[in-house]
Design a protein around this ligand. Structure first.
Ligand SMILES: [Zn+2]
Ligand SMILES: [Zn+2]
Length: 137
């Protein structure tokens, strides 16, 4: 089983999940670029029910391009975003892979929101690329 254990930069917010990831991927959306301060986010989706959080993250809610809400949870002390939860993906927490204590097992399988990717970002491997979200619509 994947080691889904990690926390924010300062250690005030920690998490662990007792489950395998639902999916792993790279997100090039503009919100991820703003949030991370860099070109893309690497994410690990886990069942919300399997995730336990220690500490009290702050939340920030915005609407995604579906018009549905996305809630981000971040450390109130150091500002690291730990995860987000999207109304369109009920029961799933989208953990920021950069917060994992040991990301060595991580193997993203897809890139999403490639339409807004920075043009110089060329990731290797066999990642499936989607212009926006995969799936119907
Ligand atoms: Zn922190
Ligand atoms: Zn994104």
């Amino acid at each position: 089983m994947a080691q889904i254990v990690g926390g924010c930069l300062c250690g005030q917010v920690r998490y662990s999940a007792n489950a395998d990831p639902a999916f792993t991927g790279v997100c090039h959306c503009t919100a991820c670029q703003k949030e991370s301060g860099t070109a893309f986010n690497v994410v690990v989706a886990v069942p919300q029910a399997a995730l336990s959080i220690q500490g009290t993250p702050k939340t920030y809610t915005k609407k995604g391009d579906s018009g549905k809400e996305i809630v981000s949870k971040f450390c109130p002390n150091c500002g690291s975003t730990i995860l987000s939860e999207a109304e369109i993906m009920p029961g799933i927490s989208i953990v920021r892979a950069g917060t994992l204590d040991d990301p060595s097992w991580l193997q993203p399988s897809m890139e999403i929101y490639c339409d807004s990717a920075q043009p110089w970002v060329k990731l290797g491997g066999d990642l499936k690329r989607f212009p926006k979200m995969p799936g119907p619509g």
